[in-house]
Design a protein around this ligand. Structure first.
Ligand SMILES: *[C@@H]1O[C@H](CO)[C@@H](O)[C@H](O)[C@H]1NC(C)=O
Ligand SMILES: *[C@@H]1O[C@H](CO)[C@@H](O)[C@H](O)[C@H]1NC(C)=O
Length: 969
């Protein structure tokens, strides 16, 4: 949401409307990016290049899974060496953590003004925000006996099967598994720790009044280096002062034998990342990671976007490995691919391609986690052990969300609500963008247009619907506005470099930003959401934190000056990519504490994110455009986000800016029905486009797409549950499901829903009437709607005129769904289920269902149902088995669900031998006389005209909360 302000604040310093390249730095315009690239170029062009870093063998100590030592950095013009303490922790999970710090920076502050200080240390608190577990060292890790004088070897991981080989001089680490090297650190010699040094004034400048002279350090200057951006850097009319001088850290990370790398969201790029130093189809700039409000972002670009997850995984046939670069400062990643020559023997895959990456951040410690896989699931699970899994959301937020900037009055909201009902279109949540407030003052309502928020909430609650309201972290700078007065009086805002509260421009005009790193600010922010304080909100109000990159309209690159100062005297530079997460976190916690004794699961949508944000709610891909390119770009972005540990994501359906054609809008809804977060949204300047306005046949087709979502909610919720316990993506790319299938590694335009075997390939081309779906294995795949069979590895053409969504079911799965259309998900709570049994080539199938109250945290005390369904062709038995763990609230929940039954069982690919079968027998758990089986009729439909055979059992009378067996033999 940026354009709006341009029109009415045109007097401000904003270069142009076609933003992008003028507003945002290229690598060449970013001092440390340029320096690290120059360093890399230097290293690769000098044949005798040697990395100046060596691990001092005498410094190495190894204890309880932890290796510590000192790396010495040789300087060009000095005998003195820079001392860099390194700690390598071998974790119980098989993950390795490497941190590199710098002795000279380890303590103290730098005084800027009498009352303004900057911490001299390298930022070391990113882990406090990102990491929530998984740090137990592996006491079984052991130094290997055969270690020579040139290397130190550590055996670790499951049964000691992993090996880390530390090269002393020049320093480097190889990570081995199964006798092969999978990850190499500093193999190319690009480790670069810009060390502490004193500023050498070319001319003597009198210190300004009140400014202290900096203590001179004794290191020499390196005259061959480009010093122009060491102490100060200007861009777009803003000057960034750098009181600590150059302090970037860089490292090369190579993946020998790996063709594909994924991850490091958020970029509008392909899921399989491209080369960044030119080459065929490659980019010329590195992927940039710096949370930014990018107006009308361009596609197929390594430019940074709203959020950052510095997790990368590499994929080769049957092997997945990964790295997590835990740093909250601006970061860039270069990627090059090529034949691996070095170390070809130890790879055992001579001639295979390799991927080499180069990471650098502007400040902070080097803090790196290394994962050796070997499956994609191992990466998401272990990364999640560290940064947490996505919280199980309210069930209603998995339904459809209707948003617009803006629903203009409370009457308008209630009118839209009635129209959805009139057209029988289900939806769960209606959203209010900034215009509901009184003059962009958050925590208030516009008295003219929203005089009765309570009445509005009540009407929505009648059909169990929710309202989401927006609250941004910029607080209007205005007297007599209680929120801003609190912020000023209690000193809870971010400070500028002079030490006073930082002021900038955003929606309300002049604004202050909450410093949510400050515990007092967080406590205050949380209190603002209490029902008694945020008058007009109710139990069915949820939240949206936008603009939390943070977006500052008149700031450098539309964000906060890097030399602003946060709680604890850290520069904004150090914490930039975490800021949005701290806001999101405080809001999330605020919702939990809204009312004593009435705890329900919060829902907060955020635009900015970092590693760990997945614990706090959902994100979306920001301000996209109503064009086919943006529709196409969404899926790779969402898939990439899902494999990077943050699966609860979506893109604005219809496109935020501009007016979609009816065809585009329809295809977008068909695509959106597969987004984990499914929301239609539109800019204030666009025409109204609620689904019921599209007209025949579009409204009907869109309604079908939304209903498909609602019918499959049990499967979706089960996938969300899986994500919440082991980090599995909710929508999964081909490589994640088929890590042996090299042909499918780059595919990012089709998806599997959770573990359901549902494979969708939404249409994203204008005028397209068919899609080519790629099938990676030799299982039968059936059309979801009419059971047409598609089988055989490779590409299959699926006919898809406008009313059709390409959706297949992979053999071998059992899919739970609910077939009765309702107004909202809440109203489906006690509806009966349909089980869709899709047999694999051997005639078996398996699936699961997770269900709970969808609202409270009672599931943590066992208030849930978790069933495993299986069909075995040998016995001919379909069974429902309990896989839950009981708790104090199990019994009450089971009682509430006691009458919910299975109303239909459909078996797709039913064997020929059932042709003359008319009955199946049923045995229920706890039945008084188990010998007295009940019989129910079965209808068999033979395969015909390309469609598979199927059978249906209507109303078998079995209950969802109980065990049972249906005997088809
Ligand atoms: C390039 O390498 C040479 C030789 O090690 C060194 O003297 C020079 O400072 C380096 N330049 C840069 C930009 O790193
Ligand atoms: C929010 O932040 C606090 C303070 O760092 C932390 O204790 C808490 O675990 C975070 N909440 C979530 C859900 O991550």
């Amino acid at each position: 949401m940026l354009l709006f302000y341009l029109t009415f604040l045109a007097c401000l310093v904003v270069p142009s409307v076609s933003v992008k390249h003028d507003t945002f730095k290229t690598c060449a315009q970013s001092g440390f990016c340029k320096r690290n690239r120059a360093f890399a170029d230097n290293a690769s062009s000098i044949s005798t290049w040697q990395s100046p870093y060596a691990l001092d063998p005498n410094s190495i100590a190894f204890n309880d899974g932890k290796l510590s030592g000192t790396i010495l950095k040789k300087l060009d013009n000095s005998k003195e060496k820079v001392r860099l303490p390194i700690i390598i922790t071998f974790l119980e999970s098989g993950t390795v953590r490497i941190t590199i710090d710098e002795e000279k920076r380890q303590k103290g502050d730098i005084v800027l003004r009498h009352d303004s200080k900057v911490r001299k240390e390298r930022y070391n608190e990113a882990a406090n925000w990102a990491i929530v577990g998984g740090l137990e060292p592996n006491k079984g890790a052991a130094l290997s006996n055969d270690a020579g004088t040139q290397t130190t070897k550590v055996l670790y991981g499951p049964a000691g099967a992993y090996e880390a080989v530390l090269r002393h001089s020049p320093f480097g680490i190889d990570f081995n598994r199964d006798g092969k090297t999978h990850i190499q650190l500093n193999e190319r010699g690009l480790l670069n720790v810009e060390h502490w040094r004193a500023k050498v004034e070319k001319e003597t400048i009198e210190p300004k009044e009140g400014e202290e002279q900096q203590v001179l350090q004794d290191t020499a200057t390196e005259s061959t280096e480009d010093e122009s951006t060491w102490w100060e850097e200007s861009f777009g009319g803003n000057t960034d002062s750098k009181p600590r001088g150059p302090e970037s850290i860089g490292l090369d990370i190579s993946f020998p034998g790996y063709d594909h790398v994924y991850g490091i969201p958020e970029h509008a790029s392909s899921m399989s990342l491209k080369q960044t130093r030119g080459g065929d189809g490659g980019y010329t700039d590195p992927y940039r990671l710096y949370n930014s409000d990018v107006f009308e972002y361009e596609l197929d670009s390594p430019m940074t976007l709203y959020g950052v997850i510095p997790l990368m995984q590499a994929q080769a046939k049957d092997s997945t490995v990964g790295v997590f670069w835990l740093n909250a400062a601006e970061t860039w990643v270069d990627i090059i691919k090529g034949k691996s020559v070095a170390n070809a023997l130890s790879l055992g895959v001579a001639g295979k391609s390799s991927t080499q990456t180069h990471w650098f951040s502007e400040s902070g410690q080097l803090d790196l986690f290394v994962f050796l896989g070997p499956t994609p699931k191992d990466i998401t699970k272990k990364y999640g052990e560290l940064t947490g899994y996505s919280q199980l959301p309210q069930a209603s937020v998995i339904g459809y969300h209707q948003c617009r900037w803006n629903y203009v009055t409370d009457q308008d909201v209630m009118d839209v609500d009635r129209k959805f009902d009139k057209h029988r279109i289900p939806y769960d949540v209606i959203w209010l963008d900034i215009e509901y407030t009184d003059g962009k003052k958050y925590f208030t309502w516009d008295p003219l247009n929203f005089p009765h928020p309570d009445k509005m909430h009540k009407q929505l609650d009648e059909h169990e619907r929710k309202v989401v309201v927006i609250i941004d972290p910029h607080i209007k700078n205005e007297n007599n506005y209680h929120v801003d007065e609190d912020l000023r009086n209690k000193d809870l805002g971010v400070h500028n470099k002079e030490g006073s509260i930082s002021e900038g421009w955003c929606w309300p005009g002049s604004s202050h930003w909450i410093d949510s790193f400050n515990p007092a600010a967080r406590a205050w922010w949380k209190s603002l959401y209490q029902f008694k304080k945020f008058i007009g909100t109710a139990k069915n109000t949820f939240l949206w934190n936008d603009m939390n990159e943070p977006s500052v309209f008149n700031g450098p690159e539309t964000t906060m000056p890097k030399d602003n100062i946060h709680y604890g005297n850290w520069e904004h530079r150090d914490v930039h990519n975490i800021y949005g997460m701290t806001v999101h976190n405080a809001t999330h916690e605020g919702l939990i504490e809204r009312k004593k004794g009435e705890i329900q699961r919060p829902f907060v949508l955020s635009r900015a994110f970092f590693a760990g944000s997945q614990r706090l709610g959902a994100v979306w891909t920001g301000d996209n455009l109503a064009d086919w390119g943006h529709l196409r770009a969404a899926l790779p972005m969402l898939l990439n986000q899902g494999i990077s540990g943050f699966p609860f994501v979506g893109s604005d359906v219809g496109g935020f800016f501009g007016n979609p054609t009816k065809e585009l809008l329809t295809r977008w809804y068909q695509s959106g029905t597969f987004y984990p977060f499914f929301r239609g949204h539109a800019h204030i300047d666009t025409r109204r486009r609620e689904p019921y306005l599209a007209g025949t046949p579009y409204t009907q087709i869109i309604t079908q797409a939304i209903r498909l979502r609602y019918s499959l909610l049990p499967a979706w919720y089960t996938a969300f549950h899986e994500a919440s316990i082991d980090g599995s993506p909710i929508i999964r790319p081909n490589f994640y499901v088929h890590p042996s299938d090299e042909k499918g590694f780059a595919i990012d335009d089709q998806l599997y829903i959770g573990s359901t075997g549902l494979l969708a390939k939404p249409i994203v081309q204008e005028g397209a009437e068919s899609a080519d779906i790629y099938i990676a294995d030799d299982e039968p795949y059936y059309d979801y709607f009419d059971y047409t069979v598609y089988s055989g590895k490779g590409s299959h053409t699926y006919k898809a005129p406008l009313e059709k969504i390409p959706l297949l079911m992979q053999g071998g799965h059992i899919i739970p769904r609910r077939d009765r259309p309702r107004r909202s998900s809440g109203l489906m709570r006690y509806d009966p289920y349909t089980l869709l049994i899709v047999l694999d080539k051997a005639g078996n199938a398996e699936g699961s269902l997770y269900v709970d109250d969808g609202e409270t945290f009672d599931y943590q005390q066992g208030a849930y149902i978790h069933r495993k369904f299986s069909f075995n062709q040998e016995t001919g038995i379909l069974s429902s088995e309990d896989i839950s763990t009981k708790g104090s609230k199990t019994a009450a929940y089971l009682k509430a669900m006691a009458k919910v039954r299975v109303e239909r069982v459909i078996i797709v690919g039913a064997p020929n031998s059932w042709k003359s079968k008319t009955q199946v027998s049923i045995a229920e758990e706890g039945a008084k006389d188990s010998s007295k089986k009940k019989s129910v009729s079965l209808q068999y439909h033979a395969a015909a005209g390309g469609k598979g055979s199927w059978a249906v059992v209507r109303d078998p009378g079995v209950l969802i909360a109980k065990g049972w067996k249906i005997d088809f033999s």
